[in-house]
Design a protein around this ligand. Structure first.
Ligand SMILES: O=C(O)c1ccccc1N[C@@H]1O[C@H](COP(=O)(O)O)[C@@H](O)[C@H]1O
Length: 214
């Protein structure tokens, strides 16, 4: 008997307020992301992250996002914040990524000519590859989409689709790409770092719509 298709997982990223964590959990998010990259308007300190994570129930994954941090800085955060999964959003190599005894995902900027098959081979220990728009000025969180037709139909790693997703486009994105998960930050915000509960709920509805047979 054929198994039913599994639903698309959802990570909501860049949460900075307890009310936003509550809204994310209530809406059914599978994962919440905390940004430990200080230039981001969504950055949190380890103390803030600790407080935010306190409100997260079992079976919702807590993800820490880092950009080209020193290993010592990542370890310092991990010593204070019980993160389930690490998201590396810079130029981290596989040796670096495996150095924290935690599952990890690797962000891939969809720069012109990127060879995703080669990236999937290089990062074969990654729990997934997060595909994000390429912007030479910023490592991520740009609110920009990339051309989803550039994603190969088959890739040796789970795909987490990111970059400019919104309540309005996420269903189309899921139907077109069939990713393992989607990840959103700007598309569910009222202002940078401030999530909007209605947009979160609309995004989750968009994901459910995308998962329905057409
Ligand atoms: O959110 C940030 O500020 C950020 C900073 C540096 C690297 C990544 C960042 N966010 C991640 O970017 C993608 C796409 O975000 P958006 O939906 O286009 O706003 C997402 O994975 C965030 O986790």
């Amino acid at each position: 008997m054929a198994l039913p298709p599994s639903r698309t997982r959802v990570k909501l990223c860049g949460l900075t307020r307890e009310a936003d964590v509550d809204a994310a959990v209530a809406a059914g998010a599978d994962a919440i992301g905390l940004v430990f990259w200080s230039p981001s308007p969504r950055a949190v300190t380890p103390a803030q992250a600790q407080a935010l994570i306190r409100g997260v129930p079992p079976f919702v994954t807590t993800v820490g996002l880092f950009v080209d941090e020193t290993p010592e800085a990542v370890r310092r955060v991990l010593s204070e914040v019980p993160l389930d999964l690490l998201q590396f959003h810079g130029h981290e190599d596989p040796d670096y990524c495996r150095g924290f005894a935690r599952p990890w995902i690797k962000a891939v900027a969809m720069r012109p000519g990127v060879d995703l098959a080669a990236v999937a081979t290089r990062y074969q220990e990654a729990a997934g590859l997060l595909l994000d728009a390429y912007d030479p000025a910023r490592p991520g969180g740009t609110g920009q989409c990339f051309d989803w037709t550039r994603i190969p139909v088959r890739l040796a790693r789970r795909i987490i689709l990111a970059g400019g997703l919104t309540p309005a486009n996420v269903a189309t994105a899921i139907r077109q790409v069939r990713p393992y998960a989607v990840d959103v930050s700007g598309g569910i915000e009222a202002a940078k770092g401030v999530k909007d509960a209605a947009k979160i709920a609309a995004f989750m509805q968009g994901v459910r719509d995308g998962d329905q047979p057409e």
